[in-house]
Design a binder for this molecule. Sequence first.
Ligand code: CTP
Length: 395
Amino acid sequence: MSLRDSRIVVGVTGGVAAFKSVELVRELQRRGASVRVVMTRSAARFVGPITFTGLVGTPPVTDLWDPSYRGEVHVELGEWADAMVVAPATMQFLASAAHGFADDPVLATYACLRGEAVFAPAMHTRMFERASTQRNLARLADDGVHLVGPVSGPLASGEVGLGRMSEPSEIVDALERVLGTRADLAGKKVLVSAGPTYEDLDPVRFLGNRSTGKMGYAIAARAAARGADVTLVSGPSSLEVPKGVNVVRVRSAREMHAAVVGRRDEADAIVMTAAVADYRPAETAEHKIKKGDDLVLRMVRNPDILAELGASRTGPRPVLVGFALETQDVEGSAKRKLEKKKVDLVVGNEASDGFGGDTNKVVIVSRDETRTLPLMSKLDVADALLDRIRDLLAR
Ligand code: CTP
């Protein structure tokens, strides 16, 4: 677990949390990274550039027009960096970055960046919740930017709310995950189910659902990148199997049931993202059903895989995680599912959000707490969930 030999540009924009970027630079250095700093003029009102000169040994870039630079410093830094961390990322910065503006050192370096981008937003709750900010965050997540936080807590205004910048150590943890230098799930066996199930009516027809499998594939990808031994039990899906993941392909709920339950004993954690059909046709016709008068189908219940895993578990292993896709009262339903299915975590999301898309807005419910996460890429949701699973596995 280290950032040794990595090159990180820290971008500081003008918010009160800018004082924490000093600690961020120190934390990056402690973990072995080479750091350069770029800052906006308003950031320099919150924290003195000279502080960074002292820490880093090179003065921060505060002015793209400084004649002492040979060549174009933003291009040079954009090439040099393995990743850029912008912390704090203000509302203004997020809006400008989402729209491709490049008129200050932080924006221009981001514009030239080859490597990964990690932004840590910080602002007042109302600014964060403003529709324009949410739009810009969704756009940046779509562009591949990794967002960390914000979290709830005391704000500069004296109020308490969502909008506080994540702690420097959490930002650096996120960066390590993004750069794949974090093997905190090494030696753990993680089983993930994903996608829809198809319940056959006859040789050419089936009942299915609109699940794409993206969330489950993202979890499998991130778990493998973090060192886990991952088995993905996938219903029909056209997604590419992530690197280093073993895939078991299934079609119906009953096939998925057999594939998951059969591997239960060796798993440290099981994450059920699959949209398992609750019912199947009572009979599957051997030949194609011919049209005639109105057709009445009788449906019978499928096994509830997750509930069965929860009911039959005798100790704390495997850690069990369910997903709850809801159209209303997401948090309440997630809590009820946690109890009913006797699992450790339930990830709730609104059916209207992120269906088939690359982003998701979720709430993670456990017995002790509820964490509401902002809109994030599915890969970042996967990492946030895997952090919780890792903590449960450490108990
Ligand atoms: N699940 C399962 N087996 C099933 C149905 C669901 O393992 N036959 C898992 C899903 O993978 C998911 C969670 O249980 O992790 C979702 O549970 P639930 O919300 O009960 O499924 P719904 O069919 O949406 O339930 P309800 O109709 O009660 O809303």
